[in-house]
Design a protein around this ligand. Structure first.
Ligand code: XLS
Ligand code: NI
Ligand code: NI
Length: 444
């Protein structure tokens, strides 16, 4: 079936067709240099490995406003004065963009897709109208939903938190929104459902009972899970860590904090982690560290692919263009067996100064090429270089004999002490970090 490139009678991205693959030698900014959806890398295609998703919020809702200035980007789909007409126009533009870019997935918040009404019931009705349209668009284009979520941070009622709000009435509104967003996700065949707790944190201990708020968060997630399972959602729930911004102290600080939380409250069976690169750096970690902590725990769910700025300490949500960082990330992902139900969602926005409509294509093309190259480089490093053997070799002393007995828990502290006496001073073994770093550069 040939995919139709735009929906309805209006083309939003005029002059732009389906983005082609033209290879490394091409100087066409509107072409892929590396990403070739059907190209095999190992036993999967690039498309199957990378499972790219476009996010609805930055790409079609964000106009470049910052704390010091209004929107700089004027989107033609924002033209209709009626908010529902604008939502429809935005959806047409979104599906045209997805189709022309050639990604398999998208992600959305309830409020990106439909405006909020004056009452819970009105908001629900607005969302289901738009979901019905999205379902038709998905059928017409073959697009799939990687994950849905609810915006529990934008409305003023959430200023003191959503699930962790000290006022139960607010918690019920958060629940109403999550219920509707879960209904929408299920209706659209979403493969995952995300909880990012933007306001789930606090500013001052003087007015906050943290233990109670954490218990409420866990209870809230549990009730959401039970409802979703009841309506037939078989996907994975994802918690997205972030250390700060907007809250000063966020309960989902980083991957290890979330993993500990999920295990403590018995949620780790249904919930996994959605790692965002920029949130990792805000927490003082590298992107690959966060991914590694999740894969170690068997809890890597999905990825928000973006990057921060080394000089700015906030969530700049830039498009991933750092190949070195992406290689480090893909090394962890591939060693874990790859993304299964998750994907690479571009939770990223073009800079405020990038005001041409084509800039959002250029940004996504760059992000996709970055990860496609990283996939190739990481595959070669894992399958063709000496790196995995050397890494495993560092732990050789645990593979047999007393080291293996220690791992099995068969040696007590005294036995270990006696082995130290018998063995004498250990050899100093080089960690060879520079050797590994040079190897990565050699494969880039
Ligand atoms: C904000 C988060 C947000 C989530 C979805 O920093 O990254 O965009 O991904 O609510
Ligand atoms: Ni995100
Ligand atoms: Ni973010």
């Amino acid at each position: 079936m040939t995919r139709q490139l735009f929906i309805g009678d209006k083309e939003y991205f005029r002059g732009i067709g389906r983005i082609p693959y033209e290879g490394q030698e091409s100087d066409n900014p509107m072409a892929f240099k590396c990403y070739e959806a059907k190209r095999m890398v190992g036993h999967k295609t690039m498309e199957q490995h990378l499972r790219f998703a476009v996010c609805y919020w930055h790409t079609f809702c964000g106009g470049g406003a910052d704390p010091f200035g209004v929107d700089t980007q004027v989107f033609p789909w924002d033209a209709p004065a009626d908010p529902v007409d604008a939502a429809r126009a935005r959806m047409d533009a979104a599906f045209e963009f997805f189709t022309k870019l050639g990604v398999p997935y998208y992600c959305f918040h309830d409020r990106d897709m439909a405006p909020e009404g004056n009452t819970v019931a009105e908001s629900e009705a607005l969302l289901s109208t738009m979901v019905e349209l999205a379902r038709e668009r998905q059928e017409a284009t073959g697009m799939k939903l990687l994950w849905g979520t609810a915006n529990l941070f934008g409305h003023p009622r959430y200023m003191n938190g959503a699930a962790t709000n000290p006022d139960f009435a607010v918690v019920t509104h958060a629940a109403a929104q999550v219920k509707a967003a879960l209904d929408a996700t299920v209706a659209l065949g979403g493969e995952n459902y995300v909880f990012w707790g933007g306001r789930e944190g606090y500013s001052s201990l003087l007015n906050t009972e943290t233990q109670r708020e954490l218990d409420h968060l866990a209870r809230f997630l549990e009730t959401a899970r039970d409802y979703a399972r009841g309506i037939g959602f078989t996907g994975t729930f994802l918690v997205e860590p972030k250390p700060m911004e907007p809250s000063k102290h966020q309960y989902d600080f980083d991957a290890q904090t979330v993993i500990g939380f999920l295990r403590h409250y018995g949620l780790a069976g249904d919930f996994k982690v959605n790692v965002e690169a920029n949130h990792a750096t805000l927490a003082g970690h590298s992107f690959s560290h966060e991914l590694q902590m999740c894969t170690d725990a068997g809890l890597l769910g999905s990825i928000d692919a973006n990057r921060g700025d080394p000089q700015n300490g906030w969530d700049t949500d830039q498009f991933p263009s750092d190949l070195y960082d992406a290689v480090h990330a893909m090394l962890v992902v591939l060693a874990d067996g790859g993304l299964t139900q998750g994907g690479l969602n571009f939770d990223a926005k073009v800079r405020r100064e990038s005001v041409d409509l084509e800039d959002i294509f250029i940004a996504h093309i760059g992000g996709m090429d970055t990860f496609a190259r990283a996939l190739q480089v990481a595959t070669r490093l894992l399958e063709g270089s000496a790196m995995p053997v050397h890494k495993a070799g560092r732990y050789r002393s645990f593979d047999s004999g007393d080291g293996a007995a220690f791992e099995r828990g068969e040696l007590d502290l005294l036995a270990l002490r006696n082995l130290a006496v018998a063995g004498g001073e250990p050899n100093h073994t080089s960690g060879k970090q520079e050797w590994y770093e040079n190897l990565v550069n050699q494969y880039l």
